[in-house]
Ligand binder design. Structure first.
Ligand code: HSE
Length: 433
């Protein structure tokens, strides 16, 4: 059989990893697919010193790859939005299948891209966009296709998890760990995407779309990063039997879909609470299968390349029978449901609250009275004297689940009390049970 001819656009961390995995494992991949995958062309402005590309046609213009008559599959690994969108749409227009690791592109322009691909009868595969090397797109979209999925909760940004883990275990400085993640090729070009949760929200948007059969709606995801997580909250959470993780949560409720990324307290005994470093983990709950969990490296050259190459193999398998290829989101394009994405004040969550209060008799009763008035049930309370000179104590409370709007007004009432100093710190909590 004729080889599948691939054009790689972008030869950075992931592009270089993809080239090297395709080259090193060429024979094993051929044995699986039944035909050779050949890198026909590379579009990159600079060579990658880790890749021996001397025998491959190269162009500094990535659009040459998208238009080349000999290329069957265009692999978009340049990242970013506008040029990547144009490149992918050009490739589709020219009848090429597309493989991409670009979650931002899929989360923000995926609806348009999948429509264009369907009209042209080509595939767009994006496994590497979510959770690096973990084949979670395939697991949810195909492996769990029998299920009505209720919840997805995951650690889906390796850089953020690496930073939180190093800060907790080694007491390292935030900026120092971030610099290491950048040097290791984990972080996005703009690392605020990692730290402020935008990257995780891109990935969660994709997971929610394939889990619930809804359009991609990144703009409706609630996004909160890890930059405000303080070492004392990490310590108090541990003392209460919880870990703080940066979670993406997509949950189906009767009223609509919760779609949110934020720091979250999780019981330390949960498997996902023990996922550290650059590792990712995604928990998916289906009505038939029950809870399932997928774990592995969420970033890095070869883990991400593993997913890119698997997508190339998948796309190549559907060459002979394009009508059997899985649709972009795994649901018929006319079958997507317009379920509402709930605004954050309508989500339901348990909470961790920390506040500074006067250390004198009756204060605890006043504070708990505010929560009780708001109909909020307290699960645990911890008091630590922090500023004896000013007679201020840290009070930490864990609550049962309530609607966020209810918690917002309780926090406003708490902050208005004379005995409470400054703002109340609030971190959402999830038992994931
Ligand atoms: N910056 C991303 C992360 C890379 O840290 O998870 C993989 O998507």
């Amino acid at each position: 059989m004729k080889p599948i001819k691939v054009g790689i656009c972008g030869l950075g961390t992931v592009g270089g990893g993809t080239f090297n995995v395709l080259t090193r494992n060429a024979e094993e991949i051929r044995r699986r697919l039944g035909r050779e995958i050949r890198v026909e062309m590379i579009g990159a402005r600079r060579p990658n010193p880790d890749c021996d590309t001397a025998s491959v046609r190269t162009s500094a213009d990535i659009f040459d790859v998208a238009r080349d008559p000999d290329v069957d599959v265009v692999v978009e690994l340049i990242g970013g939005y506008d040029t990547a969108r144009e490149l992918v749409l050009t490739a589709i227009k020219n009848g090429k299948h597309v493989v991409t690791a670009n979650k931002a592109l899929i989360a923000e322009h995926g609806n348009e891209i999948f429509d264009a691909a369907a009209a042209k009868g080509v595939s767009v595969a994006y496994e590497a966009g979510v959770a690096g090397g973990i084949p979670v797109i395939k697991a949810v979209r195909e492996g769990l296709s029998a299920n009505k999925i209720s919840t997805i909760a995951g650690i889906i940004n390796g850089t953020g998890n690496f930073i939180l883990s190093e800060m907790r275990d080694k007491g390292r400085d935030f900026a120092d760990v971030l610099a290491e993640a950048q040097a290791l090729g984990y972080a996005e070009a703009d690392p605020t995407f990692d730290v402020e949760g935008i990257d995780a929200a891109h990935k969660l948007t994709i997971l929610a779309a394939i889990a619930f059969g809804i359009p991609l709606q990144f703009e409706k995801a609630y996004t909160e990063g890890i930059s405000k997580v303080s070492p004392e909250d990490v310590r108090y959470a541990e003392a209460l039997g919880y870990r703080i993780k940066h979670l993406g949560i997509a949950r189906r409720r009767a009223e609509g879909i919760e779609l949110r990324v934020h720091p979250t307290l999780i019981p330390s005994s949960r498997l996902i609470a023990n996922v550290d470093g650059v590792m990712n983990a995604v928990m998916v709950d289906g009505d038939a299968v029950g809870p399932t969990m997928y774990y592995g490296a969420g970033a890095g050259a070869e883990p991400t390349a593993s997913a890119v190459v698997a997508d190339i193999v998948d796309v190549a398998r559907s060459f002979e029978h394009p009508e059997c290829a899985v649709t972009g989101l795994g649901f018929g394009s006319n079958e997507l449901q317009d379920l509402p994405i709930l605004p954050v004040d309508q989500i339901e969550s348990a909470y961790y609250l920390r506040l500074d209060a006067s250390d004198k008799p009756g204060v605890m009763t006043t504070i708990t009275g505010v929560l009780s008035q708001a109909g909020i049930n307290i699960e645990a309370i911890l008091q630590k004297e922090v500023r004896a000179d000013e007679q201020l104590a840290h009070i930490i409370m864990l609550t049962h689940s309530v609607q966020e709007s209810q918690m917002n007004s309780a926090i406003t009432d708490l902050e208005a009390l004379d005995v409470v100093s400054g703002q109340v710190t609030r971190i959402r909590m999830d038992h994931l049970d």
